[in-house]
Write a protein that binds this ligand. Structure first.
Ligand SMILES: [Zn+2]
Length: 286
């Protein structure tokens, strides 16, 4: 653990080179724009030998587009993990896409990834419940996404993962990507399943996260009583008598604590103590 003084030293020491790197990048971009005939790596070595020597222990000189992109990513961010959790219908994907738009407005390159288990709306896009849409990688694991992205992977400053609970390599991938590849990870997912148990590896990232945002939905059953109450749990609605209770075909409903306890116990009596299993993989996972 770093003491306060040591920490200040570390942050001050890293702040200055970052400013210089920005300056260096701007100068390099100007030179590249003014002379297209020059080879990419040569101007750096010829024009900025002093600066390069200063930072040679921090970053190697840029020699390829891939390395330059990586360098830009490091200059923009030193890696972070942002968790967005909450029950179904809490607006997690909307919040994810809002942060993605923010990053892109700031000129960062963003990859959006979702599990290919999640085929609720469209397999090639992340789609929110209210219809927002954005193209994405659909992959069974984050390692598979990295492989599919190929050379483009190094250029991503930000990796946004939807339905993070479905990824079997979530913890290790995100830790490595943030710590060593300096990626900014934005992860949206369910913190708990319909039985309020941990879901996938989302909770494993709590001690590794820079920020955690827990969103809430509105309780569907309180709304029927004309009350607006925050929903913190996802209730699974069995395909039996409960279906007419909600008057819809939805498999899950966002519920408050009172309704979760009330309706879970009703269902357990109905099901002889067992929660009913659904048909699709997604429902089973939930
Ligand atoms: Zn309620």
């Amino acid at each position: 653990m770093l003491g306060a003084a040591a920490w200040r030293h570390v942050t001050e020491a890293s702040a200055q080179p970052q400013q210089q790197r920005h300056q260096q990048q701007r100068q390099r971009q100007r030179r590249r724009a003014s002379s297209l005939a020059e080879p990419a790596a040569a101007p750096d070595a010829a024009t900025f030998p002093r600066q390069q020597q200063q930072h040679s222990n921090l970053q190697p000189p840029a020699r390829s587009t891939q390395q330059q992109q990586q360098q830009q990513a490091q200059a923009h961010h030193h890696g972070a993990i942002e968790l967005v959790v909450g029950p179904m219908f809490a607006g997690k994907t909307t919040e994810l896409l809002r942060r993605v738009a923010q990053c892109e407005a700031a000129g960062l390159s963003v990859a959006v990834v979702k599990s290919n288990k999640d085929t609720r709306y469209c397999s090639a896009s992340v789609v929110t419940h209210n219809g927002l849409k954005r193209p994405c990688y659909a992959a069974p694991s984050l390692a598979a996404f990295k492989a599919a992205a190929g050379e483009a992977y190094a250029g991503f400053h930000v990796i946004a993962v939807d339905e993070a609970q479905f990824f079997p390599d979530l913890r290790d991938f995100c830790t490595h990507a943030a710590d060593h590849e300096h990626k900014r990870l934005i992860l949206a997912g369910l913190d708990g399943d319909f039985q309020r148990q941990r879901f996938g590896q989302v909770l494993d990232l709590l001690p590794l996260a820079d920020s955690v945002t827990k969103l809430t939905a509105h309780c569907k059953f309180c709304a029927q009583e004309q009350r607006r109450v925050a929903a913190v749990f996802s209730l699974r609605i069995a395909a039996d008598s409960r279906q007419e209770l909600v008057g819809g075909a939805d498999v899950y409903a966002p519920v408050c604590r009172r309704h979760y306890v009330q309706l879970s116990s009703v269902r357990q009596q109905d099901d002889g103590g067992e929660m009913v299993e659904g048909g699709s993989g997604e429902e089973r996972a939930m």
